[in-house]
Write a protein that binds this ligand. Structure first.
Ligand SMILES: C[S@@+](CC[C@H](N)C(=O)[O-])C[C@H]1O[C@@H](n2cnc3c(N)ncnc32)[C@H](O)[C@@H]1O
Length: 264
């Protein structure tokens, strides 16, 4: 792991070409899931997991912005499409939390109106370039905003989507509560991420990696149970779906619904 990270970290091409200097690593993990193997790719930041604060995320994604689409576009496309398909099934006003460079815009259509937020100005600049192309008239706006403290009024959106974000934020429970606040009763929160495998060889590898990659800010052990526990503490959030995303099951789609208060 150390030598792989070192090799990735040492990748520097100057003069406006690929620039992946840094303490940010693209970690590839071999993931055994019972009857199949999968090659997982996780974008991780060089920091302690408890230090995933605003300035650290901003620094990391300023580095990633120029190369993000090329590196992470194909690898994460299945998860992204699954989340957007679930959101399209709801339709209406959709908030993309951690919208990044706007790679998901391709997965939406006129049945939706997309608003995006992100902490990283350079990532958002890439999203704005896509909007300026005129190909995504259903994207209303993207804004620089911290998902821990959103500026939107309560019950603004029909659906809130967070693709490959929840395991990166400093306080996942607080972000979930904010997503819950801004989604309408009857609306849904849709997450897609690599989550801890919980059992078998993959879980053992992830536990091993968690111990040894703290300094790199990895959270390969981020468990579904933590998301579930958040829902259990909420009066009006219920888990409606949890499924692996085909074809390899590397990513998990998790969906919560904000229940409509009963009239009684
Ligand atoms: C791995 S990228 C995913 C981007 C995009 N969702 C995708 O699927 O390509 C994670 C994104 O989350 C953003 N992010 C991290 N913490 C955030 C926070 N607290 N509030 C808003 N965005 C955040 C990062 O800046 C980055 O653009």
């Amino acid at each position: 792991m150390k030598s792989l990270s070192r090799r990735v970290l040492d990748t520097r091409i100057r003069g406006g070409k690929l620039s992946l200097c840094c303490r940010t690593a693209l970690i590839f993990a071999f993931n055994y899931t019972g009857d199949r193997f999968a090659f997982a790719c996780c974008l991780m930041d060089d920091m302690k997991s408890s230090d995933l604060d605003r300035s650290t995320v901003e620094t990391a994604y300023a580095r990633w912005a120029p190369i993000y689409d090329a590196v992470c576009g194909p690898v994460m496309v299945k998860g992204r499409r699954a989340a957007a398909a679930a959101a399209r099934a709801i339709g209406g006003k959709i908030l993309e939390v951690g919208v990044g460079t706007g790679l998901s815009f391709d997965d939406y259509d006129f049945s939706t109106e997309i608003t995006g937020i992100d902490l990283s100005a350079p990532m958002l600049a890439k999203a704005r370039e896509k909007i300026a192309s005129g190909r995504y008239p259903f994207v209303k706006d993207v804004q620089l905003m911290d998902a821990h403290r959103m500026a939107f009024a309560d019950a603004t959106f029909d659906c809130v989507v967070a693709q490959f974000v929840i395991t990166l934020v400093a306080n996942p429970e607080q972000v979930l509560s904010e997503c819950h606040r801004v989604v309408k009763p009857g609306g849904r929160i849709i997450l897609v991420n690599h989550l801890y495998s919980e059992k078998g060889v993959a879980a053992a590898v992830e536990r091993w990696a968690a111990q040894r990659t703290r300094a790199l800010g990895l959270r390969p052990e981020f468990p579904f149970a933590r998301l579930q526990a958040w829902a259990q503490t909420s009066n009006d959030a219920i888990l409606v779906e949890r499924r692996k995303v085909a074809p390899f099951g590397i990513y998990t789609l998790v969906c919560f619904e904000r229940v409509v208060p009963s009239a009684a």
